[in-house]
Design a protein around this ligand. Structure first.
Ligand SMILES: Cc1cc2nc3c(=O)[nH]c(=O)nc-3n(C[C@H](O)[C@H](O)[C@H](O)COP(=O)(O)O)c2cc1C
Length: 318
């Protein structure tokens, strides 16, 4: 099961009527979830950057849970982002530590839905207002998912809403959020993404055993690459021998983009990969160190247990 970290950005959860309910429900409904209450951890806004970064590294799914304040996140959560998303952690040459993690914004909004409209008093849609957070996720290489939010969540006795109403909406919000997390972590796309990652980790070692690959290959797999067209598992072994004679172990496949779409009973997986490798002197690449952008298209099926099989594997130099 994937690890989920929920960053609670409410500045004072003891005074909350809705975020507190959502967090309590999420804690009950999800297994393997860590909730970080920034209001308790950092009452003086002095964020422990190292600890926060470790918590993010340990997670597959990152949820920011907060009340919408002045069309954005509360100051405590903004400070958390400013302090934790550092150079060479979240961005920059070596800033790939959050890359590939799933990112969900989950927030409560005081105003009604109709106010977030060109003709309403808030003028802009929620999707427009959260674009800076969306771009933050993109820059960090995280997978930005459809945000989970609820309107009419402000409770001021005898002024705005009834307590039972906002708390019922908070319960419903929590259910939507946990469903969103489950969809992301249990979907076929999630399984294939994990498989792609595992495949390249294995491949980059270039060990002689081929069983680790062939068990995921259809008997009639078709392998098309700049080296030629190879059919079946024996075809794969012939191609792999060539690869091992060309590339030295510990090469690196960095997946920059992954797009998975249902295609009949299978999935079409489109990948943009950057291959970095040292090559052997007596190979076609003559000992050159290469950094090569590569486009790949895989046809993959999943069986009832979610085990993948590759039917077609096409590699093209980009
Ligand atoms: C400082 C502050 C700023 C707020 N800004 C907005 C806002 O920009 N738009 C909005 O719809 N509601 C706004 N609200 C209402 C909050 O979003 C609402 O009270 C909150 O989501 C309720 O969560 P809680 O019960 O967990 O405190 C604001 C509230 C406060 C205290």
């Amino acid at each position: 099961m994937s690890k989920v970290v929920v960053i609670s950005g409410h500045p004072n959860l003891d005074d909350s009527y809705t975020n507190s309910v959502i967090l309590e429900q999420v804690d009950k409904q999800l297994s393997d979830v860590a909730i970080r209450r920034l209001d308790q951890l950092y009452p003086h806004y002095q964020i422990n950057v190292e600890e926060e970064q470790q918590a993010l590294l340990a997670a597959d799914v990152v949820v920011l849970q907060f009340p919408f304040y002045w069309y954005s996140v509360p100051a405590l959560l903004k400070k958390w982002i400013d302090d934790v998303f550092t150079f060479n952690f979240a961005y920059g040459t070596h800033g790939d530590k959050l890359k590939g993690k799933e990112f969900i914004l989950s927030f409560t909004i005081g105003g009604p839905a109709e106010s977030y409209d060109p003709l309403g008093y808030n003028h802009f849609s929620i999707e427009q207002l959260i674009q800076p957070l969306q771009q933050t996720a993109y820059l960090a290489g995280m997978n930005f998912h459809k945000p989970v939010y609820s309107h009419r969540m402000v409770y001021i006795p005898n002024v705005y809403n009834e307590l039972e109403e906002v708390q019922a909406r908070a319960m419903e919000h929590a259910t939507r959020l946990t469903e969103q997390v489950r969809n992301i972590t249990h979907s076929p796309q999630a399984k294939i993404t994990a498989f792609v990652k595992q495949w390249f980790e294995q491949f980059d070692q270039l060990k002689p055993e081929t069983e680790v690959y062939t068990r995921y290959l259809a008997e009639d797999v078709v392998w098309e690459s700049p080296e030629g067209r190879f059919v079946g598992r024996d075809g794969f072994r012939a191609w792999y021998d060539k690869a091992r004679a060309t590339f030295k172990p510990n090469c690196q496949h960095d997946v920059h983009q992954i797009d998975i779409k249902p295609d009949g009973d299978n999935y079409r997986v489109e990948l943009r990969v950057m291959l970095t490798a040292e090559t052997y002197l007596d190979s076609d690449l003559k000992g050159e160190r290469i950094t090569l952008p590569v486009n790949e298209v895989w046809q993959v099926s999943l069986d009832a247990q979610g085990i993948p099989t590759i039917h077609r594997y096409q590699v093209e130099l980009a």
